[in-house]
Design a protein around this ligand. Structure first.
Ligand SMILES: Cc1cc2nc3c(=O)[nH]c(=O)nc-3n(C[C@H](O)[C@H](O)[C@H](O)COP(=O)(O)OP(=O)(O)OC[C@H]3O[C@@H](n4cnc5c(N)ncnc54)[C@H](O)[C@@H]3O)c2cc1C
Length: 407
């Protein structure tokens, strides 16, 4: 005999940072929240991925779980100095005053695994229900809701589903929603190294155009609580795998950091970044809402990935809350429609902003000349140095018409 499905008003799929944010936002609206997660309860997710958490994201966390943003800020690190070098020569440096101890900082920098640990604690404290080892494998939606089946054969039904199941989203694919965009040409090696107490480094964000010690490749060094993120931008023709492993990895790390750091690699990965956005942020019945990497993938320059996934999650929870509160089907549909339109618009904006950063990092001949001229003139004109310093992260603007969510 088939077991009846478990029914919940709303189910979140995926316990990454975006799914857990959605669950917290639902709880803050006094809605029960259930999360189905493919992984096991005490899993250790590889890599640290997002390190840079914007204040706008902290504000969403603080609203949905008072105290959470303060915990993340206290655990994370705020660097006060940033520097940019061109072919080994400093072209820009700025030091900011320390953040006010009573206010949220402009950002905090910590490994994503730590952010997720705090989110999980907050979810448990808020009474979020988790089903671990529950990989969603089949999904169907209709006018009344969504049915999900897990690999173990458990069936779940819900009026609404918030899909936060990451870049390979089974929910999005099963419901026939496609992604559009492109893949960047260039390769990057991204490495996290643990802090070396015997070779302490100042907590400064440093960007090198054409670093002379690594064959003129661009290098970005970003501190986070407990270590350093090192991005190496490869030349065309480089072998990404070779430069992300063993002696070759250690050799270039020794050229950009004090030597002991080369033996403190926590993880290293190669990337060719996707710049893609879902063609719709909800299914055709307006019952499944796509958030985070289930809905968009950006190059990480400008840190718009998780920082836009969290407001997606918050907006999805609000839309579901409105839809569940109204007795008028057209209003419920409109709430999901508004979510889809506004968050897709934000995602397109963020994709283009990250694309501007990517293009800056792979200059054509004319742009290369402008960069060289700016590097030559930076000593006399601070605006040139400022441009060199900020352009690798893309424009700082927020999506247009977006008054609540900054990314
Ligand atoms: C090198 C790098 C640096 C980055 N730096 C930054 C940064 O500084 N700041 C920033 O904002 N962003 C950054 N990002 C992006 C950020 O890591 C992502 O945006 C973020 O992880 C997306 O979170 P998510 O919850 O949408 O997806 P994920 O983190 O992928 O989580 C998805 C969850 O869903 C689960 N799942 C998957 N399939 C199923 C299924 N079928 N059923 C049930 N569960 C499922 C997975 O196990 C996982 O737990 C970076 C990314 C990279 C690669």
């Amino acid at each position: 005999m088939t077991r009846p499905p478990h029914h919940r008003p709303v189910i979140v799929v995926g316990a990454g940072p975006v799914g857990m944010s959605a669950a917290l936002s639902l709880r803050a609206l006094d809605r029960p929240a259930t999360v189905l997660e493919a992984g096991e309860q005490d899993r250790l997710r590889p890599g640290s991925r997002a390190i840079f958490v914007h204040r706008a994201t902290l504000e969403v966390f603080e609203r949905s779980s008072p105290g959470l943003a303060g915990d993340l800020a206290a655990h994370g690190l705020v660097w006060q100095t940033k520097r940019t070098f061109y072919a080994g020569r400093q072209v820009f440096a700025r030091t900011y005053p320390p953040p006010e101890p009573t206010a949220l900082p402009h950002f905090t920098s910590l490994p994503q695994v730590e952010t997720e640990r705090y989110l999980l604690q907050a979810c448990k404290a808020a009474g979020v229900e988790f089903a671990w080892n529950a990989e969603v494998t089949h999904v169907s939606s209709g006018v009344d809701g969504v049915e999900l089946t897990t690999g173990a054969g458990d069936r779940w039904t819900a009026e609404y589903v918030i899909a936060a199941d990451g870049s390979h989203s089974a929910v999005r694919k099963a419901l026939g929603v496609t992604m559009s965009g492109s893949r960047s040409d260039g390769w990057y090696v991204v490495v996290d190294v643990e802090e070396n107490p015997t070779e302490p480094l100042p907590a400064e964000r440093v960007f090198h155009y054409a670093h002379p010690a690594v064959g003129g490749r661009n290098v970005l060094l970003v501190p986070f609580a407990g270590g350093w993120r090192v991005d190496l931008q490869l030349h065309d023709g480089d072998d990404p795998v070779r430069l992300s492993e063993g002696a070759d990895l250690r050799r270039w790390l020794r050229a950009v950091l004090p030597p002991g750091y080369a033996d403190r690699v926590a993880w290293a990965s190669t990337y060719q970044f996707l710049q893609v956005v879902a063609d719709d942020f909800a299914d055709r019945h307006r019952r499944a809402l796509f958030t985070g990497e289930a809905a968009h993938l950006f190059a990480p320059f400008g840190a718009r990935g998780m920082n836009s996934g969290v407001p997606d999650a918050d907006a999805a929870a609000t839309a579901v809350h409105v839809a569940l509160s109204t007795g008028v089907p057209a209003r419920a549909r409109a709430a999901v429609e508004d979510f889809s339109i506004s968050r897709r618009r934000a995602a397109l904006f963020n994709r283009d902003a990250a694309g501007t950063a990517l293009a800056h990092l792979r200059p054509d001949a004319a742009q290369r000349t402008r960069l060289e001229e700016a590097a030559r003139g930076a000593a006399d004109d601070d605006r040139l140095g400022h441009w060199l310093d900020t352009a690798p992260y893309g424009p700082r603007d927020i999506p247009p018409g977006n008054t609540i969510y900054k990314y």
